[in-house]
Write a protein that binds this ligand. Sequence first.
Ligand code: CTP
Length: 399
Amino acid sequence: MKKLENKKILLIICGGIAAYKSLELIRLFKKMGASVKTVVTKNAKKFVTNLSIASLSQDKVYSDLFNHENEAEMDHISLSRWADLILIAPITANTISKLSHGLADDLASTLVLASNKQVFLAPAMNVRMWEHDSNKKNVNKLVSYGYRLIGPEIGDMACGEYGEGKMTEPQDIINNILNYFENLRKNKKLKALVTAGPTQEKIDPVRFISNKSSGKQGYEIANSLKNNGIETTLISGPTNLKPISGINLINVNTAEEMLNKCLDCLPVDIAIFTAAVADYKVKNIYEQKIKKRENLNLDLEQNVDILKHISNHNSLRPKLVIGFAAETNNLKKNSIEKLSEKNCDWIISNDVSNPEIGFNSESNKVSIFYKNKIEENLPKMSKSAIANEIVNKIISDFN
Ligand code: CTP
């Protein structure tokens, strides 16, 4: 069987000298059995003709956002829903900038913004453009949204300069995509469980004990697991985050409920505990609202440690158990202690005393403690970029 049989590739071609290589890409995709639809930007038309693209793809070329010639024609939504994967090759600095800002002023940018599919980017541009801080920032932003980069490569450029910015060769782009589909196929066999958000422990009918966790990091990890084809259940305490399509979301309030739902989920291959579980609960919850009084002493008892309970499960311990540690001091010492005390495989720690990272912020800066090594101080990244890093590490651990 051809390796890309039944796969639907939406190829977007932007305007650059490397656009000629996209013809070879189409030829290779077709040879491997894929169906290819193409979208060209206004500038791409200056480098490659519709006729050559249509001849190779054996389909029409899409380029205009509003084409009223044929009512039944595929629009930006149906094109992106049709595809299994979107590849933009070459992508220029201009389109990178547009996508990173959510601009939608032509068919290509509109359909990518409206897309629910994995997007691959194969950039091609002059080395100075590629290395410019503004371009780097835009690229990092796209990576943090989950777009995958292929290249660019170092070499002689069409403009006569030398450096990083050459589009990856078509065969290597295809190999990347083959790997992606192969990993999806393998990952489909994997099941993951993620806990996220705070828990709320009732004091009386209107009050509770909780904490400032936003749940963002856990939701991002669940999203990245799902994007990699892993069947994911997210058990979440109360947050303001929207459910993610394709993820089995289970809402809970208390630590006890969270534990029970986790147990219901077993067996899983991977369990990631990002929830900021309240350490204590009220021993006897007041049935009536507590009236104001001079002094109030609440009788608290320790909550069950969900992570520890699951990681010590006799028969159903997940193959990979990952805990998170939120620390304000002695990060390294506490993390190493938690790793062994909670019997988990990895502990991912962050310093929550720094308001720019951790609880409720958009970014995070973590260190990963494994049983036999430490990866200290990964660079500060958006929570979705951290999630992608962690999930890539999980996938390599399983392959
Ligand atoms: N955790 C859990 N159940 C609890 C407490 C913590 O599953 N009752 C998990 C968290 O989801 C996290 C890890 O244990 O993955 C560490 O949580 P953290 O709050 O840093 O540590 P604690 O065990 O609560 O210890 P301490 O608060 O003393 O630092």
